[in-house]
Ligand binder design. Structure first.
Ligand code: ADP
Ligand code: MG
Length: 267
């Protein structure tokens, strides 16, 4: 369906939820892939020391390679660590190595510890990108706070399972704190329901509950549970390139289309 609308200025989106395994990385990588395949220029910043987004995008993230840690802690320019994603024109990745695990503690004693990512992104020529997608670690520590301060928009993936909403209050309180004290422009713009299993009533109940509470913030496309989605990263691919006809791939393209056609929040 051709190219999708180019936002007037770069949309910076933090993908966060302090729970592990809810689909943050899968969502970051696949939305980014879909957007880039529709003519948009996208940078994925891997902010998780596990480096799963880097792996999924086939970007080296072991050993001495320059990474987000050096940007946050050692003031290395972001432009120096960004790599092109192989075979994916318009898609770039700022990789994370395991060094980033130390940043959570090392940042504590640095000046402007909550806004170091924001500063690094501001210094980057953001004209070059239509979207910057930040894949957060599963915690509410300083790395996630840096992502929230750097972002205009927060996207929360919610897994359609029991306990899905537990902990969400804590995340939203952190968002309020960031808005009040550090970055008033942050906006919870998008909720994406992930790993939906249509065979269980529970999944539908969770989806309904999330929609009744968060209304239009919830993207209408639901991401189904699909093995193809979980296989793709081990081939260094998004599911959209790995198996374009699979239900997971089509759902991520639909979700990305919705995201691209929603207006970015007024700043
Ligand atoms: P997070 O980044 O929040 O920890 P991930 O994106 O890594 O979560 O997802 C957790 C696990 O679930 C991974 O093994 C991933 O491949 C798998 N997964 C994510 N989304 C789906 C899906 N729609 N269908 C099947 N497996 C999925
Ligand atoms: Mg992850």
């Amino acid at each position: 369906d051709g190219d999708w609308p180019r936002p007037p200025k770069c949309r910076i989106i933090a993908v966060a939820n302090q729970k592990g395994g809810v689909g943050k990385t899968t969502t970051s990588v696949n939305l980014a892939a879909a957007l880039s395949m529709h003519g948009l220029r996208v940078l994925v910043i891997d902010l998780d020391p596990q480096g799963n987004a880097s792996t999924a995008l086939a970007i080296e993230h072991r050993g001495d390679i320059p990474d987000v840690y050096q940007v946050l802690v050692e003031d290395r320019p972001m432009a120096e660590i960004i790599k092109e994603v192989p075979d994916m024109p318009g898609l770039w990745c700022a990789p994370a190595t395991i060094d980033l695990a130390g940043a959570e503690i090392e940042l504590v004693s640095l000046v402007a510890r909550e806004s170091r990512l924001a500063r690094a992104i501001n210094a980057l020529d953001t004209i070059s990108f239509d979207y910057i997608i930040i894949d957060c670690p599963p915690s509410l520590g300083l790395l996630t706070v840096n992502a929230l301060v750097a972002a205009d928009e927060l996207l929360i993936p919610i897994q359609c399972e029991y306990y899905a909403l537990e902990g969400l209050g804590q995340l939203l309180r952190n968002v309020d704190l960031v808005k009040a004290h550090l970055s008033p422009r942050l906006n919870l713009s998008t909720i994406l329901l992930t790993m939906f299993d249509g065979r269980t009533r529970l999944a539908s109940q969770v989806a309904e509950e999330v929609r009744s509470h968060f209304k239009d913030t919830v993207i209408s496309t639901v991401i189904p549970r699909s093995v193809r989605v979980s296989e793709a990263p081990s081939y260094g691919q998004s599911v959209i390139t790995y198996d374009p006809g699979s239900s997971g791939a089509m759902a991520y393209v639909d979700a990305a289309r919705e995201l691209a056609h929603r207006a970015a929040p007024a700043v």
